[in-house]
Design a protein around this ligand. Structure first.
Ligand SMILES: C[S@@+](CC[C@H](N)C(=O)[O-])C[C@H]1O[C@@H](n2cnc3c(N)ncnc32)[C@H](O)[C@@H]1O
Length: 547
């Protein structure tokens, strides 16, 4: 989901940059830009080189900053970096700090992106710290290239501490705030595994060196260390802040702060398909919980959906309305849990396991058509059956009918006219072949019965034994099972809760015509598609990796 609408309202990248203009202005950008079929100028976001050029050109055009980003280092995404700076601006406004603002950027990286933005945008005095010598060197060159040495100082951190190395020996240094984009991961494996396979591929290519992204204990330990050290230097930084990349870590950190009754506030940094979080805490007399960011208003969209039902007339009780609603939910196979039931208000937590509500009209029409067809088949079968004297033959008729009914059930989820026609054709074919079998069985009838109308003979379940067919079918089944939908389905619907309406893996050993088998596979895959989007994903906040 694009989250740009939740970006900080003052973020200039709320409106996407004009790539056509950038291509006209910067030769290096026109070299990487391409025009898509609609005539829109775009770039390959998966190419780290293209991302590097985009960031340097935006820094130039929007902030008049001349920055060199080394090939083997993180390419900072500007909308996110700007969101963080804008939040710090909000915090400074909140504590009424308008002038001579000083900030500390922990782990400034090879671009010193935060000090550069803070200096050119707000004229803040910034100190950036860095443990990586190579990054520090490049950062220093970037500061000098922009003549910002008067506002920005960079310091090597030769220790494993975070702020202690600065404050322990220097008792005068103080900051209004500190900020930090910590390394997120514990090791390379975690870096790759952090992404759920159910999520779409990241839009952007991957940039950054392990040194920048990995730290012992991951971001949780890194942020906990900042909190621990902050307790030693409560008054040296008025507002401590850090960015948090994983929501589960944010929860842990908030618990840590709560446990110590430390005042804190959190925010979300939304951009593109990525959400990050900002955590701020203080030992000063500021009630951070009162901070009201303009962005919070747009996020109110996340409140639960409220539906007001028409007032019941005298004859109908409220319970009646609730019951009706529950019946609708049941019909749509939406599970619900009553959270509260008070006076006129009923609060439910609802979970939709699959999409059962789309194309309702079309599904009803198909269902009706198939029911009519099924009835017709039943009537034909019954009338024939009445004339039959053989019990076995009567059983045969019911086998055929139940088979048609099964097809009817299978089709209830369909939304394609073409598929219906194919199913009808397959059903007709089946009826024809059964009636052929029946006419051959007529030979066994007594002579005086030979002129009676024919009736389908008992349907014997034939077994498919052809190795090539079985192999082909297995391959089709494997394809189906190797989908996100299948994995979500088996996770979400326990075996004992599966009904005939759920996707059922076709039985490869049953004899079917090629067309009927392919149809069964098609139906199965279609039903599995309903599970393509995991519920978990819908309820969790987006926490896609930045790169
Ligand atoms: C994810 S990068 C962030 C770089 C930059 N601030 C940005 O946002 O693009 C984290 C940086 O923190 C640095 N770092 C790690 N531990 C540190 C520490 N204890 N003190 C200062 N910097 C540290 C790493 O070398 C790395 O450059």
């Amino acid at each position: 989901m694009a989250l740009n609408k939740f970006m900080h309202p003052n973020n200039i990248y709320k409106t996407p940059p004009d790539f056509a203009k950038l291509a006209k202005t910067y030769k290096e950008f026109s070299d990487i830009a391409k025009m898509d079929v609609t005539g829109k100028v775009t770039i390959d976001f998966k190419d780290p080189h293209a991302l590097r050029i985009l960031t340097t050109c935006l820094l130039k055009s929007d902030f008049n900053l001349d920055v060199l980003i080394p090939e083997d280092r993180l390419v900072p995404t500007l909308p996110l970096r700007l969101n963080y700076i804008l939040w710090i601006e909000d915090l400074m406004n909140f504590i009424n700090k308008k002038e001579s603002i000083t900030g500390l950027d922990i782990g400034t990286g090879a671009c010193a992106i935060y000090p550069l933005l803070a200096a050119v945008k707000n004229k803040w005095m910034m100190v950036g710290t860095e443990t990586d010598k190579e990054s520090l060197l490049k950062a220093t060159e970037n500061v000098q290239r922009n003549n910002l040495q008067n506002l920005i100082t960079l310091k090597e951190n030769p220790t494993k501490s975070i702020v202690d190395f600065m404050f322990a020996d220097d008792h005068s240094q103080m900051f209004d705030f500190c900020m930090c984009n910590p390394p997120f991961y514990t090791n390379v494996q975690e870096l790759w595994e952090s992404r759920s396979p159910a999520r779409p591929e990241p839009k952007n290519g991957f940039t950054g060196s392990p040194h920048e992204l990995i730290t012992e204990g991951g971001e949780l330990q890194f942020c906990r260390k900042i909190i621990e050290e902050s307790k030693l230097y409560k008054d040296r930084i008025l507002i401590y802040t850090t960015m948090v990349g994983h929501k589960y870590n944010l929860k842990e950190l908030v618990l840590d702060l709560k446990a110590e009754s430390i005042k804190y506030t959190i925010t979300e940094f939304c951009q593109g398909r990525v959400t990050r979080w900002g955590l701020a805490w203080t030992y000063q007399d500021y009630d951070l919980s009162k901070i009201d960011m303009p962005k919070d208003k747009s996020r109110k969209k996340n409140l639960p959906i409220t539906i007001t039902l028409p007032k019941p007339d005298e004859s109908k009780t409220r319970t009646n309305s609730f019951d009706k609603m529950k019946a609708i939910l049941q019909e749509l196979k939406i599970t619900y849990k009553v959270i509260t039931k008070r006076n006129n208000e009923l609060r439910l937590k609802i979970i939709a396991v699959s999409n059962t509500w789309s194309n309702q009209r079309r599904k009803r029409r198909l269902q009706k058509q198939m029911e009519e067809q099924s009835k017709k088949a039943k009537c034909e079968g019954n009338s024939t059956g009445q004339e039959m004297i053989n019990d076995n033959d009567q059983n045969g008729t019911s086998t055929l009918i139940s088979s048609v009914e099964k097809t009817t059930n299978d089709i209830s989820q369909l939304d394609s006219q073409e598929t219906t026609q194919n199913i009808r054709r397959a059903t007709k074919e089946k009826m024809k072949s059964d009636s052929r079998e029946s006419s051959s069985s007529r030979k066994k009838l007594k002579p005086n019965e030979s002129d009676k109308p024919s009736k389908p003979a008992k349907k014997v379940m034939e077994v498919e034994t052809d190795p090539a067919t079985l192999q082909r079918r297995q391959k089709q089944i494997d394809y189906g099972k190797n989908t996100v939908g299948y994995h979500n389905y088996i996770k979400q619907v326990p075996i004992d809760q599966r009904t005939k309406d759920h996707p059922k893996t076709p039985d490869k050993y049953t004899k079917y015509s090629r067309r009927s088998w392919d149809m069964l596979i098609k139906l199965w895959r279609k039903k599995l598609h309903d599970y393509d989007t995991g519920i978990k994903q819908e309820y969790e906040s987006d926490s896609e990796e930045e790169n």
